[in-house]
Design a protein around this ligand. Sequence first.
Ligand SMILES: Cc1cc2nc3c(=O)[nH]c(=O)nc-3n(C[C@H](O)[C@H](O)[C@H](O)COP(=O)(O)OP(=O)(O)OC[C@H]3O[C@@H](n4cnc5c(N)ncnc54)[C@H](O)[C@@H]3O)c2cc1C
Ligand SMILES: *[C@@H]1O[C@H](CO)[C@@H](O)[C@H](O)[C@H]1NC(C)=O
Ligand SMILES: *[C@@H]1O[C@H](CO)[C@@H](O)[C@H](O)[C@H]1NC(C)=O
Ligand SMILES: *[C@@H]1O[C@H](CO)[C@@H](O)[C@H](O)[C@H]1NC(C)=O
Length: 703
Amino acid sequence: MALSNGTEKKTGLTILIVGAGIGGLTAAIALRKQGHHIQIFEQSRFATETGAALHLAPNANGILRRLGLFAEEFGANPIHKFTEYTAGGQLLHTLSFKEDNKRWQHPWYLAHRVELHNALKKAVSSPTPDGKPAIEIKTSSRVERVDTYNATITFSDGTQIRGDLVVGADGVHSISRASLPNCEHIKPFPSGKSAFRFLIPKQQALDDPETAALVLNTGEQSMWFDVNRRIVMYPTSNNRMLNFVLIHPDGESASETIGSDTWDQSANLEKMLKIFSSFSSAILRLLSKVEPQSVRVWKLLDMDALPRFSDNRLVLIGDAAHPFLPHQGQGAAVAIEDAAALAVVLPLETAQSEIADRLELYNEIRYTRATTIQSFSRLVGKDLKPGDKKPSMWEFQNYNFGHDEWDNSTQKLREWTWKRNPSAYWRMPIAFGPMPGPRQTHFGTARNNQRSTFTTASIKFKTSRTILETLFPPMRSGWRFSVLDTVAYATFSLTTLNKLDWLGGSGYNHIGLYIHGVEYTQEEGSVVKGVYLPVLFESLTDPIISGREELGMPKVYSSIDVYRRNTSYRARAGWEGAFWGEFLLKDLEEVLPPSPAKEHLWEEPLLTYKYLPATGPKNKGKAAEEYPVIYDVSMENQFKGTILKTYKAEKASFALDPLDWEQLPTLHHVISRLAEIPVYDIVDAKVVEGEGVPDLAAARPIV
Ligand SMILES: Cc1cc2nc3c(=O)[nH]c(=O)nc-3n(C[C@H](O)[C@H](O)[C@H](O)COP(=O)(O)OP(=O)(O)OC[C@H]3O[C@@H](n4cnc5c(N)ncnc54)[C@H](O)[C@@H]3O)c2cc1C
Ligand SMILES: *[C@@H]1O[C@H](CO)[C@@H](O)[C@H](O)[C@H]1NC(C)=O
Ligand SMILES: *[C@@H]1O[C@H](CO)[C@@H](O)[C@H](O)[C@H]1NC(C)=O
Ligand SMILES: *[C@@H]1O[C@H](CO)[C@@H](O)[C@H](O)[C@H]1NC(C)=O
């Protein structure tokens, strides 16, 4: 779930996609899934999609499946085996990854390009089952210019269309690319190699006893290597077609590509066989089965890395951003990943004002991965000098395949959203993002507790200063009573909170012992005075956690049951069925007018001591954090509490029973000390009802 503060209108963006290749079409499907309005502009009339195959590696296939495209439904077959030979046909090594394939959640397929392209086109051109409309692909629409500031595209005839953002998916010869700053000079250049690409029906190879042995295995990719040329063969279309990629020095087929860098030139079969004449006769015989008109030669282009893939409202995906050499079969895969990342960073609620920043996030997510895989491809395609270690496509398998861009980008988007919100509050568990709490919403904004209600019963009593002193933070200096009489005053205060926004309108109970007339002297000599709170019992986990961690309040759990009647108030505190405290106020009578708020909401500052233990055996007995904490309600600038009713009690009493270690295993040491506190006299007992509950956000260390 992407966090949204719900203020953006969810109408979707108008997104213009330049290029209806694999990247552009995948992006269209993924962005429509997010709820945006897509328009696609394609220069060609789709007459020239080439008859060749490609690897749909698990990293790409997973995304297609997530988008509802199952390649086995359009003829893709799994790859099972990978074998390398010398040009002469001598086995170098072979690898079966029927087992290895189980490492990847999504299958590793070999797909026919045209079939994949058709499936993408069909998906784009059909409405979705959940009612999103078909997307029109405007063909014969060559985009000449992109304005990154206005998200405007200009066509050859000068007409313009403006969107909210432009996706440059216009392939290796991208014109969108030129609109990125400092990119005008970055152009694809010949890598020195070209590739012939074509398909041969597998049956033809099987029917010929001289070639049958080369193609016996189902789902096998075979490669034959000579010094500066190689042949790659793998099956596609349910193992019925054999796909060939014949990589060779581009000069040798130059006459076929003259005047064009595109790869769909018909090549000359005879010339091709000559270029590969050093390969075994069986292979040459296999190659010669090709329909001569179907052979295409493609100049393998490389390009320096762009400084970035996005600017303002333009974003590049696929070969437009990072043209790929084909040696790892990852070019289309990375284009598909790009499309996924783009859709993820642009959820429906994306605000206009955030588009450029979100495209920048896309750039951050994709840049390293795309350029890294690009450089692996370069490495795998290198000609070897004698003695060189042959890099293999499989070396990079974990990096390439072990990635789900949808999940990865989703997390990156979360992190981005969190980072942009400096007021978000982090607390364990951090894996799930910022924590809502009593003082903050998910977004870190302060809560309004003005409508929350409280009922507080308090019993103030006269007692022994010398006993109360023993409840100061032990072995820490600076704490004392302001007046060194041997009598002092303390209050047990029991509160029921309700209508708390942060608890969905519900509430909880707490009981604290408040010791009056305490002061803390800082090292440099200044003195703060207040009411000291050695322990606070609460009946709900959430305020206990946040109060301990955020505020440094000494909170522990107790069950607290409050029984309110017209003229009495009774509360019982316990732990797992063992009851340790009874508090009683009787003969309550309303006092008019109610006591002023000031009297109730601790006109004196509240003093307490934060101690959080450090983790680890070496840190036994050490604190991760400890210091005195002060809370002063007058520092809450917004807060206003109102007392609605005050009831005085004629009689009040309390009884504490420490029970034993078995019944109160975690509280016995606390209650037994509280039970030692003598009651010389009850000096005040009342029940106060009011509205507005301070959230203690102003609590701070005394430093
Ligand atoms: C020999 C070879 C083997 C390959 N093998 C594999 C493989 O096994 N696995 C793999 O993943 N990848 C493989 N690839 C790479 C893969 O085909 C590309 O990386 C991938 O197609 C890039 O997709 P794209 O959408 O970015 O670009 P393209 O598919 O090139 O699409 C760009 C589209 O934009 C259109 N266009 C261009 N300019 C404009 C304009 N100005 N206005 C409007 N439209 C425009 C084009 O007509 C085209 O339709 C291989 C490539 C080759 C050549
Ligand atoms: C963007 O569009 C506005 C108005 O349509 C125009 O005035 C401005 O020049 C355009 N900016 C660029 C950089 O083209
Ligand atoms: C996302 O992928 C990158 C590699 O591109 C990786 O370094 C990072 O750890 C991944 N992040 C998450 C959250 O998966
Ligand atoms: C409780 O108080 C209300 C008014 O405050 C009164 O109407 C009612 O009779 C009282 N009930 C009892 C049992 O005293």
